[in-house]
Design a protein around this ligand. Structure first.
Ligand SMILES: Nc1ncnc2c1ncn2[C@@H]1O[C@H](COP(=O)(O)OP(=O)(O)OP(=O)(O)O)[C@@H](O)[C@H]1O
Length: 953
């Protein structure tokens, strides 16, 4: 790249530089008692040495070599740099350095010239800063430089000398480490910071950080001495300071050096010594032409990429790429169209980046949507490249350096960001999708962030991982997305078994245009997987449907997709082929990876099979894969930030509750229809018999009440299995703290027993918990850092307790008094709660819930209309077809429930009813209100008498 300075300007700058050098040498001599140090020659005289020797040496080659390119004294440097910062144009700085570089081919000459070769007028030009690491006592241990180039944008340049006061020679001996090498490994980094300029979009987002660490850091002792040796070679070769010449120094004896230079408007020529292999390459270039006057070959720029690719294959040739913005981009197979980069070429390079002979290794890591970082061992060549290039082309340029191996960004990243690379601006706005084909009910119900989720999905052609926090309405979004592709149905929904029926309800709720028979919930392996337009199946059943799995669905929803985290499981093996065959894949999970990135792999593959075709490459990049004696260990994690950015850019949308809190109601209620097969045939028969009896009517009110309470009790029994299954699924989904309310003792006992079995911490508060202990238990729940469940009695723990550490409340059972339910909800939804509280009501069809749920809603509605309750109870938890059907039998029972539980009673009546209900559960479940032989009844005689009295009313 040309500096654009006149000869006179260059001469004056050089003059000044020499003066500054002389002043610095004088000062050092005075400071060290006459040991004058003169940078260039002394560096040359250093033996490669070892890091440990550095302490003893007067001149520390490595440190000397790490100087910023202005090698003046600290004072000089300060004023010089400050001046630079304030007054010098980037152009001036560059020239100063350039001249200096001509004379000093130290390892850092590239660094200096790199900084100074970028005029302000050049896009992506840069400025730098040097930092010295300080220890706790403020001592300097080394330098850090961060190179920061605009990446996917075209930023402007502004200088930013962050720490111009650093002395020229950070003192290794100050570090207090007896072995300099160790200390260097940990602290002595060197880098340049190219601070990206403020851009119109997001200034901080348009940087590339290049973290250049010293060779020691990566190479260990051997590597250090190797690097040191090469540094000596560099020093002795006082070249032009370009990356190319620095590289040449390293292989001076064995290779032919050369460089590409522009030849006319659209051609380039190669200036090089004789090399038969290279000439053979020349001859293969279609646009080759030989200029006999200058005795040089020239070629069309169109062939530049392929030429460089071929030339780079030759071990005996080192060619510097064309200088200039476009030229760097053309190097090694990448092409510019204006400022655009050929992504295909980048991808090609990603495949062939390994260089067995590389001395310096590094890797690129994405750190934001618009920035990546190059973490690399120290290399003058690298610095030389960075300083010359348009940052977007870093990889191409680095690939031309034989001694440098940089692991590029993974293909998936390059492909994902291809549009940005080519556009050179970032597009963050997702366009609004046209949802006119979808039922307006759902479209108008979407909250703004949910609408964004739908837009994102449609932009991604219906393949995504919707990873919103729990309770943010993934169901409504998924239904809306699926409905957008309705023409491609039949639809398959795979869910945990406990929520299959909830899904069916949700479809009918949100898509009123669906006919009643359009949902098919599969309950046995013999059911037809494609019987309806919408087919809903549990993970476990799916794996038992092998024969039917051949059928394909174009649209598939996977709820709680983390259930697929393990490729070895039957459920995953069953689901993956279906997902691969589907056109639209909508994965839903609030916790896509519970403990390690490896768990994401199958989900990523389900959405984007081309991303990482082999788990191993994913494992190496993101799971910190390590080879162990027994094989590879993928349980770690690495480059997580990059993974997050990649996923968010390509397939995943994730909003936390805190992100969208302002759009959420304080409470979000959800009715969960639990699976009926959790209820045994025997229990179902008992329930049906009870219902039949009730439908016939009773002679006395006492009989009615008794029958109702019995029915209620049987309902608890019937739901146990499904409730426990649901709670375990919540735990499996990563819910750390939640409340579970139930009324019957058998239900509370069953939940607690299961938690104990699974070693889950819990607290239990029921009627038998002494009040003194309650506070202690609440505190335990509030402050526990482990997964903990509060198992609470609906009637004994619905008031007076603060359990706001949870934002999820599960009602294992319903209760006829909505006041009790709301009070129970408010154990979590109270002062101290910073989140929207999710409330799940578990209801089972064919049980007392069929009557209790509509009754509760009805009551709440009335209270709401009177301004005595939140009206949104039924709005947020309503279910279109979960209400008593107008058949006479059901109507009779419903009326019975209404009469018994809604009649106005005084407080004593209510209390007695509650006690009676309690008592039902405290007796043996098989014979409510009657002691069972051999079992101790926990109901006290007076209480029992009162209950019996109640039924006599
Ligand atoms: N836009 C909306 N309008 C009305 N109700 C909504 C809306 N979005 C969500 N809800 C309600 O909020 C509750 C929680 O929604 P949903 O179950 O879909 O959340 P989720 O993200 O799937 O949670 P989880 O991770 O627990 O499954 C449900 O009762 C749902 O009907």
């Amino acid at each position: 790249m040309s500096s654009g300075l006149t000869e006179e300007q260059k001469r004056r700058i050089e003059e000044n530089r020499q003066k500054a050098l002389a002043r610095r040498a004088e000062r050092l001599a005075a400071h060290r008692g006459g040991q004058v140090e003169s940078t260039g020659p002394q560096v040359k005289e250093q033996s490669p040495g070892h890091w440990g020797d550095l302490k003893e040496k007067t001149n520390h080659p490595r440190f000397i070599s790490q100087q910023p390119r202005n090698p003046n004294s600290p004072v000089e440097q300060k004023s010089y740099l400050q001046k630079d910062y304030n007054h010098y144009t980037a152009n001036q700085q560059m020239v100063g350095s350039h001249g200096e570089q001509q004379k000093n081919c130290s390892e850092y000459s590239g660094q200096a010239s790199g900084i100074k070769q970028f005029p302000t007028t050049i896009p992506n030009s840069l400025s730098y800063s040097h930092k010295h690491y300080l220890d706790a006592a403020g001592q300097k241990h080394g330098q850090q430089a961060l190179i920061n180039l605009g990446t996917f944008q075209q930023p402007k340049c502004y200088p930013a000398f962050k720490n111009p006061t650093e002395p020229s020679h950070p003192r290794l001996i100050d570090n207090g480490c007896p072995d300099g090498s160790k200390d260097l490994q940990s602290q002595n980094k060197s880098a340049i910071k190219f601070v990206s300029p403020p851009s119109s979009a997001t200034p901080s987002d348009s940087e590339m950080l290049i973290n250049i660490s010293r060779p020691m850091e990566r190479e260990g002792g051997g590597g250090a001495s190797q690097a040191s040796g090469s540094m000596q070679k560099l020093t002795s070769s006082a070249g032009a300071g370009s990356a190319f010449e620095a590289a040449s120094c390293k292989r001076a004896n064995s290779v032919t050096k050369g460089k590409c230079v522009k030849y006319g408007e659209d051609r380039f020529q190669v200036e090089t010594g004789y090399n038969a292999e290279l000439i053979a390459v020349f001859k293969k270039i279609p646009s080759k032409s030989y200029d006999p006057t200058i005795k040089k070959w020239n070629f069309s720029l169109d062939d530049y990429s392929s030429f460089m690719e071929a030339a780079n294959q030759l071990p005996s040739v080192i060619l510097a790429p064309l200088e200039g913005e476009n030229a760097v981009g053309l190097a090694s197979g990448s092409r510019f169209v204006g400022n655009r980069v050929d992504v295909k070429s980048l991808l090609m390079m990603c495949k062939n980046w390994k260089k067995p002979s590389a001395l310096v290794k590094g890797k690129c890591v994405l750190i934001s949507r618009l920035r990546f970082e190059v973490d690399i061992g120290y290399s003058a060549e690298v610095i030389g490249v960075f300083k010359q290039m348009d940052s977007r082309n870093y990889v191409e340029a680095l690939q031309t350096l034989v001694s440098v191996e940089v692991e590029p960004l993974p293909e998936a990243v390059i492909q994902t960001f291809a549009a940005q690379i080519q556009r050179s601006t970032s597009q963050t706005d997702v366009p609004d999708a046209d949802l006119s084909v979808v039922d307006s009910k759902i479209v108008t119900s979407l909250m703004p962030f949910q609408r964004e989720g739908v837009n994102f999905a449609i932009l991604r052609n219906g393949r995504l991982l919707l990873a919103d926090d729990m309770g943010l309405g993934k169901t409504i979004q998924a239904i809306c997305i699926a409905a957008y592709y309705r023409k491609e149905w039949p639809l398959l929904v795979v869910t945990p078994s406990s929520v299959r029926f909830t899904w069916a309800e949700a479809f009918h709720r949100w898509l009123p245009s669906l006919s009643p028979g359009s949902t098919n919930v599969i309950v046995t392996g013999k059911d037809n997987l494609t019987a309806s337009l919408i087919n809903i199946i549990s993970f476990d059943l799916l794996s038992k449907m092998d024969k039917q799995l051949k059928c394909t669905f174009k649209v598939v929803i996977i709820d709680e997709s983390h259930f697929l985290k393990n490729i070895k499981t039957a459920r995953c093996r069953a689901a993956m082929p279906l997902l691969k065959a589907a056109r639209r894949v909508i994965l839903l999970s609030g916790t896509p990876a519970m403990s390690r990135p490896a768990e994401l792999y199958t989900q990523i593959m389900a959405v984007q099979p081309a991303f990482f075709s082999q788990f191993h490459s994913f494992g190496l990049r993101y799971c910190d894969a390590r080879k162990m004696p027994w094989g590879w260990d993928y349980s770690g994690s690495s480059n997580l930030n990059e993974l997050k950015i990649l996923l968010e850019e390509s397939i995943m949308i994730r909003r936390l509750k805190s992100d969208v809190l302002s759009q959420l109601p304080a409470k979000q209620r959800k009715m969960v229809v639990v699976a009926p097969e959790g209820i045994s045939a025997k229990t179902k028969a008992v329930l049906a018999a009870e219902a039949k009896k009730m439908a016939k009517g009773y002679e006395s009110k006492q009989q009615e009440k008794e029958a109702l309470l019995l029915f209620y009790n049987r309902t608890a029994e019937a739901k146990i299995h499904s409730v426990v299954e649901y709670i375990l699924e919540l735990l499996e989904s990563g819910n750390d703290k939640f409340l579970v309310f139930a009324h019957h003792k058998i239900m509370l006992d069953a939940i607690v027993a299961e938690l104990e079995k699974k070693h889950i911490e819990y607290i239990r508060i029921d009627g038998s918990t002494p009040s003194a202990e309650r506070q202690f238990l609440c505190q335990k729940f509030q402050f526990s850092e482990k997964q903990v469940v509060a198992v609470l009695s609906l009637t004994a723990a619905n008031m007076g307790l603060t359990l706001s550490a949870a934002d999820l409340v599960v009602f294992a059972e319903l209760f006829w008094n909505p006041g009790v339910l709301i009070q129970a909800e408010d154990r979590a939804h109270r002062i101290g709660q910073t989140s929207s509280v999710n409330i799940h009501y578990l209801v089972a069809k064919g049980t007392a819930d069929d009557y209790l749920w509509p009754m509760i809603q009805e009551k709440i509605k009335v209270l709401g209309e009177a301004g005595l309750s939140e009206t949104n109870f039924s709005k947020t938890a309503e279910s279109t077809n979960y209400c008593p059907k107008p058949d006479p039998k059901q109507k009779t029972i419903y009326d019975l429930f209404q009469r018994t539980f809604s009649e106005s009673r005084d407080d004593t009546d209510e209390l007695l009813l509650l006690e009676a209900a309690d008592a039902c559960c405290e007796f043996d479940s098989g014979s409510a209100l009657h002691d069972t032989e051999g079992e101790t009844c926990s109901v006290s005689p007076p209480k029992k008498r009162r209950i019996e009295d109640f039924f006599k009313v």
